[in-house]
Write a protein of this length. Structure first.
Length: 164
């Protein structure tokens, strides 16, 4: 039985509340929460906290493709936070102004990603499945698209029965 958020989740929640336009990797969160050079046990605790805690709307935890076992916590509803995430995802340091300028996605691209995230947040389950089907087809994964269509059809049938 849970006794509420642990100290890592509480510190992450405080960071999120105080810095709505920022983003952090698991390593950066470890440094902020534990201080000093993070050990594996610190990374594990932070990752577990991120993946199990209830985050505010549009705060997402994404794995970074360029770094092993590294996640990034960012506000998908903030252009600046999305830009910081884009720098981290390229394996660069967003606190260095030169690297930020060179590696951050453009403001227009970031604003488009924010619009997509907000639309996703507002979407119904059926609309979300439609987006996933479109993405699966775009990547040529017809089997996954067919599976998603079956899931969408079941959901539509359930909604239809509920309206009767």
């Amino acid at each position: 039985m849970s006794r509420g958020p642990g100290h890592v989740q509480q510190k992450v929640a405080a960071l999120v509340a105080a810095n709505p336009d920022d983003a952090w990797t698991t390593t950066k969160l470890c440094e902020l929460i534990y201080g000093g050079q993070p050990e594996k046990k610190h990374r594990v605790a932070v990752i577990r906290a991120l993946l199990t805690m209830e985050l505010p709307d549009l705060w997402w935890v994404q794995p970074l493709e360029c770094q092993g076992s590294e996640y990034c916590l960012y506000n998908a509803g903030s252009t600046r936070s999305t830009q910081v995430w884009s720098v981290y995802s390229r394996g660069r340091n967003p606190t260095d102004p030169a690297e930020f300028k060179e590696w951050a996605m453009g403001a227009e691209d970031a604003a488009e990603k924010v619009r997509e995230a907000v639309d996703w947040q507002k979407a119904t389950p059926v609309q979300r499945l439609d987006v996933q089907i479109k993405a699966a087809l775009m990547y040529g994964d017809r089997d996954h698209a067919a599976e998603l269509r079956r899931e969408r059809d079941k959901l539509l049938a359930t909604e239809k029965r509920a309206r009767r």
